[in-house]
Write a protein that binds this ligand. Structure first.
Ligand code: ADP
Length: 240
């Protein structure tokens, strides 16, 4: 099932001589369980793609569907609900609230969405467990390392019933070991059924994805599928 679908999406900023085609007819489908990495030079439209996919901005042309719902056809309220319930965001700078513990940071969006406190806290603790941070639940962000803070942000982005994770250079501020761990965690969230779009500059980190999409001047110029693993060669060999 496709969780994110962009069809002919275009977005232009400015006008006249200052006109910039940030996205220029982008088609992209991400199914449940799939991790897609987006690469491309600075200014190629990567962040615009994420903000439009997350319904934080509207395209000038084209259609965006999240979990089968066409964003254009939803009311403002329904779009806001979709942003709170279905989509999780991870940014380079973690964006945790300093006065709340790790568990409270993860639970807050659920509570703001009307989930009762005890249920939200249970979901937060489960999400923290999935990123290996159960022991850090009562700690405040300034008691955590950069890598741990980003793991809390990933837990926050997948807690509850979220189905689409949008990450803008989630490992940009981390050393290579922690960067790798962040990609591995996003990858394992996908194995549990989440769809993810992850912007990264690092080809080695992008190799965690099922598919890598290259953007240039607002257009998708290339999509690489993963190499067939050795097990697929074996199964081919077994077919008559
Ligand atoms: P990337 O994330 O690949 O660096 P962006 O999506 O941020 O690219 O930007 C794509 C293009 O759109 C760039 O030329 C950028 O300057 C322009 N752009 C992005 N957001 C805005 C905005 N709010 N106003 C004007 N121009 C913008």
């Amino acid at each position: 099932m496709s969780i994110l679908e962009l069809r002919g999406v275009a977005k232009t900023y400015g006008d006249g001589a200052a006109e910039v085609h940030a996205l220029d007819g982008v088609d992209l489908t991400v199914t449940a369980g799939q991790m897609v990495a987006v690469m491309g030079p600075s200014g190629s439209g990567k962040s615009t793609l994420l903000t439009i996919a997350g319904s934080l901005e509207e395209p000038d042309r084209g259609e965006v569907l999240v979990a089968g719902m066409a964003l254009r056809e939803l009311s403002r309220n329904a779009r806001a609900r979709l942003r709170r319930r279905t989509v999780g965001y991870v940014f380079q700078d973690f964006n945790l609230l300093p006065g709340l513990t790790a568990a409270e940071n993860v639970a807050l969006p659920l509570e703001l969405d009307g989930v009762p406190g005890r249920t939200a806290r249970g979901a937060a603790l489960r999400a923290l467990e999935e990123v290996g941070l159960s022991a850090r639940a009562p700690h405040f962000p300034d008691q955590l390392s950069g890598g741990e803070r980003q793991r809390v942000a990933i837990a926050r982005a997948v807690a509850g019933e979220r189905r689409l994770l949008l990450a803008d250079e989630p490992s940009g501020a981390l050393d290579s070991g922690n960067a790798e761990a962040v990609m591995r965690l996003i990858h394992s969230a996908c194995k549990r059924g989440v769809a993810a779009v992850v912007v990264t500059h690092d080809a080695q980190l992008a190799s965690w994805a099922d598919r890598v999409v290259f953007l240039r001047d607002g257009k998708i110029v290339d999509q690489t599928m993963p190499m067939a693993g050795p097990e697929s060669l074996l199964s081919q060999g077994q077919t008559p």
